[in-house]
Design a protein around this ligand. Structure first.
Ligand SMILES: [Zn+2]
Length: 456
């Protein structure tokens, strides 16, 4: 049985810690693939602020820097304390953020760290400084209460999740080098989501157990070129265009992975009567559900298949010069059960044009699927039920990517869940305008990490 959150209300917890998160939001720790664009002094200043904001954590935990600006904290466990069978745990977050397109569209300046009556405003509030601050605040409070964990607890905070992600890979490699195999890894990803499905009225605590692979493929068609006044039919741009249209017309085949069937079964208990009859028999109705998800489009559709998005087109450099090479970049999210190789093979069969060359620019396989019938998932479920009694915990496969996938090589129990309530509007603000975290929501997140760490 887990100890329930402190008697202090979530609102009070959030209110007390809000200035700390607000301060962390003032640093422009913006990720970029162009090294010169990264304001390293902002990253330094962010790191320098942590001991001031979380003095007990800084005193009691060992901190080392990984790959420049990555942070790896170790909270040493009690000697012989892992008799519970639970081993070292890694709580992850990242403090780099995506750029702001137009600060004028924001209600509050994105890097001012404004605290309002109800919220903490700014870029990174949800993704993912909010989780980082909640982890540190939870540890700060547990230390103040004299708590010592049974097993080692690590905090791994990345500085380039939004771009390279190699800091997380380096942190995982460092732990592997030391012979550490975490019992549990928890990173961002899912949330306590409301409004995710039209027929579900309760919030769903969606816990990512895997993530799709990410693959960039360049489609290229070559051509002799020449002057634009004497074009030939089916030149490079037309060949490239035909390939793009074929990809658009023939989506990858759909199927509902086992995790999604389990998700639907678990949430069926909370759906109104008619859909419940349908949902409770998800395993039998896999085919019908797959079609329904496909018809719903957007996220449900993306859950059923490998998706292809053509994101960049390039042709001739001059407006009066025929292209000698026309390219398209396809950004592909590889479904669990497929591979980069099988995906490229299918692209070839869909495009069915030997003139179109395919080149893998960068590719990651889908992550292994973490179990939902182990002690780790049970602990997450129990913690969710304790802290979010109205929510139904369900597993899902993440559509986006996180740093967590870098840890699947050293841990079989890697989960992706940030303990914050998020409406559809909140989720839409991630990487967009008006990112904010509710004060009470923040407090609930702190309470969640306290309960979770208290059980480690
Ligand atoms: Zn993130």
């Amino acid at each position: 049985m887990l100890s329930s959150p402190a008697a202090v209300s979530a609102a009070a917890l959030g209110r007390a810690a809000a200035p700390k998160l607000a301060r962390l939001l003032t640093y422009r720790t913006v990720s970029s693939r162009v090294p010169e664009e990264v304001e390293t002094e902002q990253f330094e200043a962010f790191i320098a602020a942590l001991p001031e904001l979380f003095p007990r954590v800084s005193a009691a935990l060992q901190l080392e820097r990984v790959n420049g600006f990555g942070l790896l904290y170790r909270w040493p466990g009690t000697p012989g304390g892992t008799a519970s069978g639970r081993g070292p745990a890694v709580l992850m977050a990242h403090y780099d953020v995506v750029p702001v397109e137009d600060p004028d569209r924001w209600d509050y300046p994105p890097f001012a760290g404004t605290v309002t009556e109800t919220s903490i405003e700014g870029r990174g509030a949800l993704d993912d400084k909010g989780a980082l601050a909640a982890v540190l605040e939870a540890a700060e409070q547990l230390l103040a209460e004299g708590f010592a964990p049974a097993g080692d607890i690590y905090f791994s905070f990345g500085n380039n999740e939004e771009t390279a992600g190699d800091t997380a890979a380096a942190a995982a490699a460092l732990l592997a080098e030391r012979g550490i195999r975490p019992w549990l890894v928890l990173d961002e990803g899912g949330a306590v989501a409301s409004g995710a499905f039209p027929f579900v009225t309760v919030p769903l605590a969606v816990v990512g157990v895997s993530e799709k692979g990410i693959l960039d493929v360049e489609l290229a068609v070559d051509d002799p070129g020449g002057h634009a006044s004497t074009p030939n039919r089916m030149g490079a741009p037309a060949g490239r265009a035909r390939a793009v249209v074929r990809l658009d017309r023939r989506p990858f085949p759909a199927s509902l992975p086992d995790v999604s069937v389990e998700m639907v079964q678990r949430l069926s208990g909370s759906a109104p009567l008619l859909p419940r009859l349908v949902l409770g028999n998800a395993a039998h109705l896999r085919g019908a559900l797959t079609r329904v998800f496909g018809l719903l489009g957007g996220e449900p559709n993306a859950m059923t298949r490998t998706t292809v998005a053509v994101t960049q087109l390039r042709g001739s450099k001059g407006s009066n010069v025929l292209a000698t090479r026309a390219t398209a970049n396809a950004n592909i999210r590889v479904a669990v059960g497929e591979t980069v190789a099988s995906t490229v093979a299918r692209l070839r069969s869909i495009i069915r044009d030997p003139q179109v060359g395919l080149r893998v620019v960068e590719g990651n396989e889908p992550s292994p699927v973490s179990a939902t019938d182990n002690a780790q998932f049970a602990l997450l479920e129990e913690t969710i039920r304790t802290c979010f009694p109205d929510a139904v915990p369900v597993p899902y496969i993440m559509l986006g990517g996180t740093d967590a996938r870098r840890f699947t090589s050293i841990c079989d129990a890697v989960y992706r869940f940030a303990p914050f309530r998020m409406s559809a509007a909140d989720r839409a603000s991630i990487h967009a305008d008006n990112e904010r975290l509710g004060i009470e929501t923040f407090g609930e997140g702190i309470a969640f990490y306290k309960v979770l760490m208290g059980a480690l």
